[in-house]
Design a protein around this ligand. Structure first.
Ligand code: NAI
Length: 328
């Protein structure tokens, strides 16, 4: 077996953590031949509960789990890590305005970005799942000047997977028949799942369905509001699916995208498709040798353009708010 890959997970005692850790430890992320060492970060009051999760990890006797360390200090937990999955975040409490939420999360993601900058391995790759994911990723990235900005990303893969699954249900196709799905913009209700480039067995999905009303008034809201629908049904927010998408995102980053397909990742904009440079916005990306590239040259119709612009405007507002707070 090779040298263990060190994977940090924050918010490790939370709901998503409870699914995510066991998947990583069992080899879902790097395969059966690559051992992993888990570095788990929690806030001090949650460490006891995290100890219980570690007891369960021990009890699984996973052949690929080379070690587990836990702690409440990012500078210790992130030491030498190759991947950081930043899941722990501050949820919106009663009466909390968006500015308060951004500020509270800035208090988490700015110090975590600084700690990664100081102690992570040279090949560090960061995936932010904790909400508001895009702007939390921007805060972490802005506080890590020595790490290339391209190593920071936010999760829109859950939205991407939801968009594939809803399209498969509508068309009767298998999820494996669907390629080139894109989520554009923010991981929020303004996100834009794009059926004008997605393909079902090689045919453009929007042409195949040929029903703009369904696309606008059923499909897009169903994908964008799926999180709320799950809370309604389950009484708790999506956790196993969010963990699974976090694994998908990190695995694609490590292993690459197949020929003829792409995935959605929120990454730092270089101005492609008119998305303001510097925003962490979701794009269609291909990955090769551990480096992502935004797919170029897609034509956007007026409907897509307006949807993307609206979501990007929201990201710009969030960026301006955290800038005003001195977080970036
Ligand atoms: P949870 O509340 O069950 O767990 C969060 C954990 O983070 C808690 O154990 C908490 O103690 C910990 N935490 C808080 N501050 C921390 C810090 N400074 N350092 C380390 N740990 C810290 O929440 P859950 O369900 O696991 O969700 C986690 C986040 O993921 C939330 O922000 C949620 O909104 C987000 N999410 C994102 C999705 C996406 O598609 N991007 C999908 C679903 C959830």
């Amino acid at each position: 077996m090779s040298t263990p890959v060190k994977v940090a997970v924050t918010g490790a005692a939370g709901q998503i953590g409870y699914s995510l850790l066991f998947r990583i430890a069992s080899g879902s992320l790097f395969g059966p031949d690559t051992p992993v060492e888990l570095r788990l970060l929690e806030i001090t009051p949650a460490l006891k509960s995290l100890e219980g999760v570690v007891m369960e990890l021990d009890d699984c006797a996973f052949p690929t789990l080379a070690g587990v360390q836990i702690g409440d200090d990012p500078a210790t937990v992130f030491d030498g890590v190759n991947f950081a999955l930043l899941v722990g975040a501050r949820p919106r409490g009663p009466g909390m305005e968006r500015g308060d939420l951004l500020e509270a999360n800035g208090g988490i993601f700015a110090p975590q970005g600084k700690a990664l900058n100081d102690v992570a391995a040279d090949d560090i790759r960061v995936v932010v799942t904790g909400n508001p994911a895009n702007t939390n990723a921007l805060i972490a990235q802005s506080n890590a000047p020595d790490i290339p900005a391209s190593r920071f990303s936010a999760l829109t893969r859950l939205d991407h997977n939801r968009a594939i699954s809803q399209l498969a249900a509508k068309t009767g196709a298998a999820v494996t028949d669907i390629k080139k799905m894109t989520i554009w913009g923010n991981h929020s209700a303004t996100q834009y799942p794009d059926l004008f480039h997605a393909e079902v067995k090689g045919q453009i999905a929007a042409d195949l369905i040929n029903d703009q009303d369904w696309l606008e008034n059923t499909y897009i809201p169903t994908v964008a509001k799926r999180g709320a629908a799950i809370i309604d049904a389950r009484g708790a927010s999506s956790a196993a699916s969010a963990a699974s998408a976090t694994i998908d995102h990190a695995r694609t980053w490590a292993q690459g995208t197949p020929d003829g397909d792409w995935v959605s990742m929120a990454v730092k904009s270089d101005g492609s498709y008119g998305v303001a440079e510097g925003l962490i916005s979701s794009f269609p990306v291909t990955v090769k040798d551990g480096e992502w590239q935004i797919v170029q040259g897609l034509e956007l119709n007026d409907f897509s353009r307006a949807k993307i612009d609206a979501s990007v405007a929201e990201l710009a507002e969030e960026r301006d708010a955290v800038k005003g707070l001195g977080l970036i």
